[in-house]
Design a protein around this ligand. Structure first.
Ligand code: FAD
Length: 506
């Protein structure tokens, strides 16, 4: 057993050795215990199997990196305050007298950490936490008397300027050895009966750093990066490959430090002509900061009610619509391919997220953004409380930073659509194999193919693939009228939404 007085490093989101201030501080002591707690709060009903597998891979990688340095990761299972009480008491064969971790500003994490602070006080364990998951110290920024919740890139940039230069990442410290047996990283098959289906994003710091290097090796790509020009349907020949950096799951779990990424991109663009925020890669990272600030400063940021970032809209409540959307059975192949991509891989391009979020809410199905948010929260590899809520508010058209509510995406994107969907049908055919034989010209609207073509393609609409769940033109018209009325404090009755076709075969 370890002697009394070890310094614990509690890994929560910051699943990395690089740029890890808690690790740096703990390593000033001679006995250091790096550990992670698998908290039952994040259980099978809250977290899809693909994201959980990503987490376990990230823990395995962290453990492997620590072992290379003579240490290791201990993985405990249980409610954090119970596990920590044991660690403070020396019951688990480890006795901690100090605890270091990275701050987490999500509501659940905040309430958990308040409890942990009380516990530490009771046990006379000293605690220190550090801001590391964001470029800014979110709490310090929000506490500034001049702070106003940012609702535009311009206001975000002013906050960044006032905060001064972004500090450089910390180096990996020398880590003291640790000889404790047990508490290994569990296997996914011990926790989930489902088998993970996502293959494109292996978890872990090594993969994160190698992706960042890969992105930055192509300085032209970084300098010319303009988000609205990237394709929603992957890369030609590889519809499953993101056309953007694909760094989001690594930033979400902190396998990659956002500062490391920021400075690497800075190195790439320095002295060259380059795109600017909001379109640029730095711009994307500023949106991330913006939503973290809003999440930390706006009460009820994740709700329809009592949320100053959300206009009140009388959304419908139609479980059939929601389920068809979630399972990719709306009869709109672009929407269905995207949702099946989400289910299968845990990833979807930003413009794809635009398309399906608009479709579920103000565009077609008139369901609350919170329903879509919950589906994303479970299935996305990169599901992030602040980013997910912020972007859903944006796409539902209810936030002050939303695009005008009347700008509705056509779920059957043509060559000039701002959704940048490829037109050969490759993406749809990959994720909706029923439509494999359908000629490209009908792929986004297969119900318009003559019956003879449908037969030839081996896909009869309404039999082998669903008919459209709503008539987009009618639903759009009705929803625009309802949205406008709601902004004037009126509620219009539903005309078309529920009355249109059954979603058809499963
Ligand atoms: P890149 O374009 O390469 O961007 C680099 C990084 O910048 C991303 O990894 C991400 O950390 C950040 N970023 C990019 N776009 C945004 C944005 N709009 N808002 C905030 N940060 C951004 N992103 C998440 O990480 N988690 C979520 O839960 C999430 N939910 C979303 C829900 C909806 C409805 C929408 C429309 C967007 C959501 N996004 C979310 C934002 C965005 O779609 C993803 O961050 C992005 O597609 C991830 O791919 P990438 O890493 O290749 O992005």
């Amino acid at each position: 057993a370890a002697s009394s007085g070890a310094a614990g490093v509690w890994f929560r989101k910051c699943l990395r050795l690089h740029d890890n201030e808690a690790l740096v501080k703990a390593c000033a002591f001679s006995e250091v215990v790096p550990f992670f707690i698998l908290d039952p709060h994040f259980n099978r009903s809250a977290v899809g199997v693909n994201r959980f597998a990503f987490l376990l891979q990230s823990l395995q990688d962290l453990d492997a990196q620590l072992r290379l340095r003579g240490s290791r990761l201990l993985v405990f299972q249980g409610r954090p305050h119970e596990v920590l009480a044991d660690l403070f008491n020396g019951k688990a064969g480890v006795r901690l007298s100090r605890l270091y971790f990275e701050k987490d500003t999500e509501p659940y994490a905040r309430s958990r950490d308040v409890q942990v602070e009380c516990l530490a006080k009771e046990h006379r364990v000293s605690i220190e936490s550090f801001s590391g998951h964001t470029l800014l110290d979110i709490d310090a920024t929000v506490a500034n008397p001049k702070f106003k919740p940012p609702i535009s890139m311009k206001s975000m940039q002013s906050i960044m300027t006032a905060a001064g230069p972004i500090r450089k990442p910390f180096d990996i410290p020398k880590i003291p050895p640790l000889n404790i047996e047990g508490f290994e990283v569990p296997k996914i098959s011990n926790i989930y009966s489902e088998v993970p289906t996502s293959t494109g994003f292996p978890g872990g710091e090594q993969e994160a750093l190698s992706r960042l290097r890969h992105v930055c090796a192509d300085a032209d790509y970084v300098c010319q990066f303009e988000k609205p020009k990237t394709a929603s349907t992957g890369r030609p020949g590889c519809p499953w490959e993101p056309s953007t950096t694909g760094l989001s799951p690594y930033l979400k779990f902190g396998c990659l430090s956002v500062r490391t990424a920021w400075h690497a991109i800075d190195q790439c663009i320095r002295g060259k002509r380059h795109s600017e925020p909001p379109q640029s890669l730095h711009g994307q990272m500023l949106f991330r900061e913006m939503f973290y600030l809003l999440g930390a400063s706006v009460p009820n940021f994740d709700r329809n009610e009592g949320n100053s970032m959300c206009k009140p809209i009388p959304w419908g409540d139609n479980p059939v619509f929601l389920q068809a959307w979630q399972e990719g059975r709306t009869g709109y192949p672009f929407i269905d391919a995207l949702m099946r991509q989400l289910n299968q891989t845990g990833y979807m391009h930003h413009l794809g997220r635009h398309a399906v979020a608009c479709f579920l809410t103000r565009g077609d199905l008139w369901q609350s953004w919170t329903c879509g948010r919950d589906v994303f929260d479970k299935l996305l590899l990169d599901a992030d409380w602040a980013l997910n809520n912020g972007n859903w508010l944006w796409l539902a058209g209810v936030a002050p930073f939303s695009a005008p509510y009347f700008r509705i995406y056509d779920p059957c994107p043509g060559p000039n659509s701002s959704l940048n969907a490829e037109q050969t049908g490759e993406f749809v055919k990959h994720y909706v194999p029923e439509l494999k034989g359908m000629p490209s010209k009908y792929l986004y609207k297969p119900w318009t193919a003559p019956l003879a073509e449908q037969k030839k393609a081996g896909c009869i609409i309404g039999q082998d693939y669903p008919k459209p769940i709503v008539d987009h033109k009618l639903a759009r018209e009705e929803n625009l009228a309802r949205f406008k009325a709601a902004l004037n404090g009126q509620v219009l009755p539903e005309k078309f939404g529920c009355a249109t076709s059954d979603p058809g075969p499963m």
